[in-house]
Design a protein around this ligand. Sequence first.
Ligand SMILES: NC(=O)c1ccc[n+]([C@@H]2O[C@H](COP(=O)([O-])OP(=O)(O)OC[C@H]3O[C@@H](n4cnc5c(N)ncnc54)[C@H](OP(=O)(O)O)[C@@H]3O)[C@@H](O)[C@H]2O)c1
Length: 289
Amino acid sequence: MSNTTPILGSMRFGQWGAQLSPQAVAELLEAALDLGIDTLDLADIYGGHTTNALVGAAFALRPGLRARFKLIAKIGIVMTSSPDNPRGVHHYDLSVEHLQRALGDTLSALDTDRVDTLMLHRFDPHLQPAAIADWVRYKQRQGHVGDFGVSNFDAHAIALFDGHLPVVANQIELSLANNAALDDGTQNATRTRGSTVQAWSPLGGGDLLDPQSQIGGRVHERLQAMGHEFGLDPAALLLRWVASLPATRVVIGSTKIERIRDAVHACEASLPQDAWYALWEAARGKAVP
Ligand SMILES: NC(=O)c1ccc[n+]([C@@H]2O[C@H](COP(=O)([O-])OP(=O)(O)OC[C@H]3O[C@@H](n4cnc5c(N)ncnc54)[C@H](OP(=O)(O)O)[C@@H]3O)[C@@H](O)[C@H]2O)c1
């Protein structure tokens, strides 16, 4: 498996998108495996706390399916609708008590006893790195957790775990629609630690493909022109733009197998340097200095 093979995101599988049945999720997962995708991105909040159970139901339909995937499980967001949120305030909670409960809920929804990467979904200014590291190591010894990762952590936030716990990945928004991480030190800080950048919403959630949207309008003509040059459609070019960055894996969001197939192909190669900058220039609306 190449380390540029995209990660399949589950955010839009259920109530937050395609409303797939467990059967349809099982079929999608098997088709993804056939394409070489072996990593699935999950979060306890997806589908309003229903998508992990949907994936668990899909696993239950096909014996052996769970074992073929590496699971990334994100926890740490408490939504207004979350169970156990009496004040109804959307917030983050990286206390060991919350993480313990959220990991337990995740494992039981997925009907599994282990996740391959446990990821803190959002930075919480109250987080205590030493306490989290102790707890993660305990969970690793128990066999419930493989690696540790973070998501949406900036350069300073990721540094909090230095000397406490290796961070294998930082999952951040990264596309032609939002690439602040390339300028603000987040990408550098992630790479410096030997961590992988996992790029979420590589199509800007679909906005980049919509010429009527502000960002879609800015990149439309360049995508058309380059599409002819490289024989790639706009989505493939956008994905290849992200996949061209070093130590980066794209987290794709489509629920359609033909698009997932195209995404795997798109991520297999890099854009030439000048083509990469030409697209960045179109998205920024100005050349680099
Ligand atoms: N860590 C975080 O905070 C965070 C935040 C957001 C997302 N994520 C992860 O990142 C994953 C991807 O995010 P995303 O869904 O926003 O990604 P995305 O790839 O930017 O957007 C996917 C959306 O674009 C649509 N789309 C339209 N035309 C397409 C085409 N030609 N090819 C592919 N897709 C097309 C898809 O619809 P169809 O389904 O109809 O193809 C889908 O609705 C999520 O599933 C989740 O796992 C993480």
